[in-house]
Design a protein around this ligand. Structure first.
Ligand code: SF4
Length: 325
């Protein structure tokens, strides 16, 4: 895919208040280029609840619905039902939420929408901490990273838990499509969001969005950091499509060192922590390769396509039958 395949129209206007080099801003820009204008976005508390500006100003050229921190999964279900009732089936409903608002605070509502296979796209922009409130540790903060609640000086105080594997959690809900993307690879990003728009049911996109303010790197290096994360194997690009795991980019081009050195949040990382991160990368790769082989079409024991849950209409008619005397 060449760069010419990225649609030209812009839906993020100049004048927003994101920090220079914000990866989250690139994510919403690519996402809207992929989806086009017939979109409504649900946004919880996060940087992008602030960045578009205060009413009546808005730096987005599409409607935005602001919801409570924990409620993005519920909001996309409600918006979908409302649009369907109005006959507006051509409008794509999107949840655009940060990592904390997704894997921690919003997980319950997201899980419910996944179980119901709500026809919407959920994009988690992952800056690996609660950036909007001051860089606190989230369920997506990686091992070894500094945050204001995992301060650096003693190795024991660094983040030691691995990133929550949200794609595996969503895949376990048997949604039809889930994928990882990085703002360092815009063609892959746009292609996967466009694919998600064509699929019916709940689609989940995990977008890596480096944050210069919280990760402590120069704002000119966002793309470099986003590429290095993928190319050192720490943030692999892959899809889970109807139960099939497919790795999008297999070769590792860089060492972990190159990724860690460019970011202040990994400053003075002790060798035992670097070793721990490398072990995590290796284990995750092995698991992805095994899942890809195991679920390949025609492979013995390959995962069957998920059975879509009954539609709301089917449930309503069954309830009506049960209620009948
Ligand atoms: S704090 Fe990070 S995620 Fe938030 S606007 Fe600034 S660069 Fe973007």
């Amino acid at each position: 895919m060449t760069r010419k395949t990225i649609p030209e129209p812009e839906y993020v206007l100049p004048g927003h208040s994101a920090c220079p080099g914000c990866g989250g801003t690139l994510a919403i820009r690519y996402m809207l280029k992929a989806l086009g204008p017939e979109v409504i976005i649900a946004v919880p508390a996060c940087c992008w609840a602030i960045v578009p500006g205060y009413w009546p100003q808005c730096a987005l050229r599409v409607p935005v619905h602001y919801n409570a921190f924990e409620a993005t999964g519920a909001a996309i279900a409600g918006l979908r039902a409302g649009l369907d009732a109005l006959g507006r089936k051509g409008v794509t409903v999107v949840g655009f939420a940060g990592d904390g608002g997704t894997v921690d605070i919003g997980l319950q509502a997201l899980s419910h929408s996944a179980v119901r296979n709500v026809d919407a796209i959920y994009v988690m922009y992952d800056n690996e901490a609660y950036m909007n409130t001051g860089v606190q540790h989230s369920g997506e903060t990686p091992i070894g990273a500094w945050t204001t609640t995992t301060p650096v000086p003693g190795a024991t105080l660094r983040a030691r838990e691995p990133k929550k594997d949200i794609i595996a959690i969503l895949a376990a809900h048997q949604i039809p499509y889930a994928a990882t993307v990085s703002v360092g690879f815009p063609e892959d990003f746009v292609k996967k969001v466009q694919k998600a728009q064509r699929v019916k049911g709940l689609k989940f996109i995990h977008a890596l969005t480096p944050c210069p303010a919280g990760w402590r790197f120069d704002s000119s290096k966002t793309i470099q950091v986003a590429k290095l994360a993928v190319d050192c194997g720490l943030f692999p690009l892959y899809e889970v499509e109807n139960g099939r795991w497919i790795i999008s980019r297999k070769t590792i081009h860089h060492t972990l060192d190159a990724y860690l050195k460019v970011q202040g949040r990994y400053g003075r990382t002790p060798p035992e922590i670097v070793q721990l991160i490398q072990q995590q990368i290796d284990a995750h790769w092995q698991r992805l390769l095994a899942l890809e082989a195991f679920t390949a079409a025609g492979a013995p024991g390959s995962a069957p396509a998920p059975t879509p849950p009954p539609s709301g209409a089917a449930v309503d008619s069954r309830l009506a039958q049960d209620a009948a005397p």
